[in-house]
Each structure stands twice: as C-alpha cells, then as structure tokens.
Design a binder for this molecule. Structure first.
Ligand code: MF3
Ligand code: CO
Length: 237
C-alpha cells in the first residue's frame, strides 16, 4: 500500500505546484492522468460509480467531488481541494489537499490551516488500543473550537484492496466509542470542514457537493496504517 500511496503523494505535490491563476481544473486532470500512466498505475476514481475523471477538483464552496472542467479557470483568491487516488499492484491509495490559489483571505487561510491540523490530530489518535471515534473526536473538537463546522454527509473509510472498505470514519463523534483500533488496519481519514454551517447538497450533475450557505469548504485526506509502533501515514512523501 505504501507504493500506491507514494504515487498519490508525488502526483498531488505536482498538482499543488500547478494550481495557479489562469489554470483550468481540466488542465490538472490532464496532468494527473498522464502521471498515473507514466507510473504504470490506474485511477482509483475514474469509473468508480461512473465518476468520469481521475481527480476531484472542488473550488471554494464546493465541498467534495467537484468535476474538472475546461471552463473552470482558477483565479487569485480561490481555494482548491484536490482529491486523488490510484490503484497499484492490487492496492489503493487515497489522499486530498486544499491549496490557496495565489493570495487568499486570512479567513480562508485559517480554514485551510485548521482543517489540516484536524487531520494531523486525527492521525495521532489512530493508535492500537484506541477506538475509532477517538479519531472522529480529534477532528470535531479541533474544528469546532476554531469556530468552523464538520460536514456530516460524507465520511472517511477503510481502504486496501478496495477503495472503500469498512469501517466508515466519521469526522464527528464521542471519544471511546466505535470499534477497537488494531495494528494492520488502514484508514483513509478525510475531514471536510465548512467555514459556515455544516449543511451540504449535491448539484444536478449528481456529484458536486456544495455548502448550502455558499461558505468556503476545505478537505484534507491521508491513508493511514495503524501499526504497533503508531500511525504510519502511507500517503506522506
Ligand atoms: N476520497 C474520495 C473517497 O474516498 C474520493 C472518491 S471520488 C469518486 O470517497 F469519484 F471516486 F467517487
Ligand atoms: Co477517501
């Protein structure tokens, strides 16, 4: 799984460097597609429930599953979430980042920072002997203390030979609840955090999830293995 996730990490870093004003989200899709091919991997997303692209590009009030478009030009001040996964040698890798496009507002930057921190806290809670909801609670407590809200309609997931395996990994919950965490489990932990209210809706295209109040949303994801020595972030470079 490390190999698949390293491929994901490398390509996401490349995409981070490419996200700039004047670039269309479809340009990022093309880069992702070419880089997957070059490494002999396959897209985890393309064809999954008929999703047509390798990459999800969610801009500003789009929460997750935004679809790349040649007409969606990035502009200074946008925030862009890129969610990306591959299948390599029978195993899946899955990770997401949110990046500022040029200079963004202080509050947008704080949303990105708090969401990234909530993922780091969640990773720290992914330890043998703990419970699943310790991870969920780590996200929720950090995000709500910062005045932001946790999206409840989408969750993280187990991952391995399938993209989505049990258990579901919510980003909210009471600590000490849920299944006991054991070495060998691999979880895709993915906080989706809104600046305003937590409500989301899916657009007519059947994929793009947006905030109901139009506020900004951020998303970070890592594939994390629980080991006897602690959490191992498989999707970190
Ligand atoms: N990281 C998301 C997930 O784990 C990406 C899925 S998008 C889809 O569910 F296109 F594949 F559905
Ligand atoms: Co995922």
């Amino acid at each position: 799984m490390r190999t698949a996730n390293l491929i994901v990490a490398e390509i996401l870093e490349l995409l981070r460097g490419s996200a700039a004003p004047g670039i269309a989200t479809m340009d990022l899709e093309r880069i992702a597609e070419a880089e997957i091919k070059r490494r002999g991997a396959r897209s985890a997303f393309k064809g999954y429930r008929d999703y047509p692209y390798c990459l999800c590009t969610s801009v500003n009030s789009e929460v997750v599953h935004g679809m790349p478009s040649a007409k969606r030009m990035l502009k200074e001040g946008d925030i862009l979430s890129m969610d990306f996964g591959v299948l390599h040698d029978g195993f899946y890798g899955d990770s997401a980042i949110t990046v500022p496009v040029g200079a963004v507002s202080k509050e947008a930057m704080r949303l990105i920072k708090v969401t990234a921190e909530s993922l780091e806290n969640a990773i720290e809670a992914a330890r043998e002997g703990g419970r699943l909801m310790d991870i969920s609670h780590a996200v929720q407590s950090h995000v709500e203390a910062a005045g932001f809200s946790v999206v409840r309609d989408f969750v993280g997931h187990g991952i391995g030979r399938e993209l989505h395996e049990p258990p579901q990994v919510p980003n909210f919950g009471a600590p000490g609840r849920g299944v006991r965490l054991k070495a060998g489990m691999v979880l895709a932990i993915e906080p989706m955090i809104n600046m305003g209210a937590s409500d989301v809706k899916v657009l007519e295209d059947g994929w793009t999830a947006v905030t109901v109040d139009g506020g900004l949303s951020a998303h970070f994801e890592h594939t994390v293995a629980i080991t006897a020595k602690g959490p191992y972030v498989l999707s970190r470079l």
